[in-house]
Design a binder for this molecule. Structure first.
Ligand code: TNX
Length: 511
């Protein structure tokens, strides 16, 4: 009998991998530390995923990974199964304090010959680790004709965490409206590059895009227009919640923005009592800025804002509410300051931290409020003096709506042309004299005056948004354009698989 059971025992697979080098893989953003052990892990139909089971979120992450592996390789890996007879190797997503790091999004990835161990103390960290792992799976299996296809993954260790806690993209859904489906696709792409924030610019002169139950005309009237005379649109509260939840499932928070006291033509058109510029209101479908304002001395304005912030805050689990505050050229300076001071208190009353474009630093804002730098060095200095945290979005470097070059099919050029290298080669850690300690992170805004569908969105966002992901995650000493350029070139198969209409920058030798 001993004989038989010995013979029955499955032969351990022996796979001879060519020498690998984990440190040369085309990961974006580049991790903090990588060590290569030169072996191979076989991802194949004998691989199973296991996760810590005491918290549901880790199992969810395991299922997410299985879904993405299926999409890329067609392998259907089981998650947390009991039967292990056919299993030769495992991917284990383990909730545990990792030995080398801490921080909300830190993780460790240990790739051995027959196991991949992902360690993080948080689901955020585990989710970011999964993105690294996805990027390590080769596009093709070793032998496409073999019955057992194997995707070889280089062995070694990755120890990683982000430089900045705020790594954002902004989408202007006001100048042109974008559907829930389009926003979800953008979220999928951002998540792959470890973004953790999507800021939605939900109102502007050309349209109000989120249902407010207590002030229904905001969308009934204000939601019907957009740049170029198209029909506009808006998110119902259910649709907005759908976006929030979808983003949350990829550990991305939504930052809602209602832009005021300027950029408010659509709101004032809906409720003319709000208007403060003394002019006759009409729908606006052009591209100018700076002509509209709320009447900052009217009580009704603050009643409306209180309702708007209350309703949106209740739907937004993230800590922030963005009040805009930019380019209020039709608002008197003292009125602007009075307005921002009052609105800050409303935002705080509803339990949120206020964010505003860099102009808000000219009001008496608290150090807990956040300034988003877009153009004014002087405003940035004011924010620093007030001890505020700053989100870096300098238009000259980080505006996704600037043209790449004079040939660009879409985009504006008021802040200059931003080719793919210019977008990457700058130092957010020391930009315009803002000290590193004040920097919360980076955000790449995509204004939508010149784009009206997902293909056009993708054209302006990619590949530049991939570079901002690296600028906000990877420390300065680990960044280098010549090296990044090669890793970027290898993103093409992913972008193609995701059907992303990226701009094939001639600076990149696309693979
Ligand atoms: C400036 S940046 C704006 C937006 C425009 C954008 C176009 C900022 C805070 N305001 O209203 O859409 O330029 O690039």
């Amino acid at each position: 009998t001993t004989f038989i059971s010995c013979a029955e025992k499955k032969q351990k697979r022996v796979i001879n991998f060519p020498k690998t080098d984990l440190t040369t893989k085309n990961l974006i953003p580049k991790p903090l530390k990588m060590v290569s052990t030169n072996g191979g892990f076989a991802l194949d139909k004998f691989t199973a995923i296991y996760t810590t089971k005491d918290t549901a979120d880790f199992e969810e992450i395991g299922l997410f990974l299985a879904e993405k592996i299926k999409a890329k390789t067609n392998l259907e890996l089981p998650v947390n199964i009991d039967k292990i007879e056919n299993i030769e190797s495992i991917i284990y997503i383990n909730k545990s304090k990792n030995a080398h790091l801490d921080g909300l999004e830190a993780y460790e990835l240990n790739i051995n010959q027959d196991s991949v161990i992902i360690t993080s103390n948080t689901p955020q960290g585990a989710f970011r680790a999964i993105q690294t792992f996805r990027q390590l799976i080769p596009e093709t299996s070793n032998d496409t004709l073999a019955e057992n296809k194997i995707w070889t993954i280089a062995t070694g260790q990755i120890i990683d965490k982000p430089q900045f806690e705020y790594r954002g993209a902004m989408l202007d859904v006001s100048r042109h409206f974008f559907s829930v489906k389009d926003v979800k696709k953008y979220i999928d792409l951002l998540a792959y590059y470890k973004y953790n924030t999507l800021h939605l610019h939900l109102s502007d002169d050309q349209g109000w895009r989120i249902e407010i139950k207590s002030w229904p005309k905001l969308t009934e009237i204000g939601g019907q227009t957009e740049v170029g005379g198209e029909s506009g649109g808006f998110y119902t509260q259910e649709e907005y919640t759908d976006i929030v939840n979808y983003a949350a499932s990829q550990y991305i928070m939504i930052v809602p923005e209602i832009d005021m006291p300027g950029h408010t033509n659509a709101a004032s058109l809906s409720y003319p009592i709000l208007n403060g510029n003394g002019k006759t209101l009409k729908p606006y479908e052009g591209m100018r800025v700076g002509f509209s304002t709320f009447d900052t001395r009217k009580d009704t304005v603050y009643t409306l804002i209180d309702d708007v912030v209350r309703e949106i805050a209740a739907l937004s689990p993230g800590p922030y509410f963005h009040i805009g505050g930019d380019e209020s050229h039709a608002t008197k300076k003292e009125d602007y300051i009075y307005f921002v001071n009052k609105v800050e208190k409303i935002v705080q009353k509803h339990g949120k931290i206020m964010i505003g474009w860099d102009e808000i630093a000219s009001a008496d804002v608290d150090s807990t409020s956040i300034s988003q730098f877009w153009s004014s060095k002087e405003n940035a200095q004011k924010a620093v003096q007030k001890n505020m945290k700053i989100i870096m979005s300098p238009a000259k470097k980080a505006y996704l709506d600037m043209k790449y070059d004079t040939q660009s099919k879409h985009g504006l050029n008021w802040a200059g042309l931003i080719p793919t290298d210019t977008a990457y080669i700058w130092t957010p850690e020391s930009y315009e004299g803002v000290p590193l300690k004040n920097i919360l992170g980076i955000e790449a805004p995509l204004w939508s005056e010149t784009i009206s569908n997902i293909e056009e969105l993708e054209y302006l966002a990619f590949p530049r948004a991939i570079g901002y992901a690296e600028l906000s995650w990877t420390t300065q000493e680990n960044r280098d354009w010549e090296n990044y350029k090669i890793r970027l070139a290898h993103q093409k198969p992913f972008l193609n698989r995701m059907k992303v209409n990226f701009y094939p920058s001639p600076l990149i030798d696309w693979k």
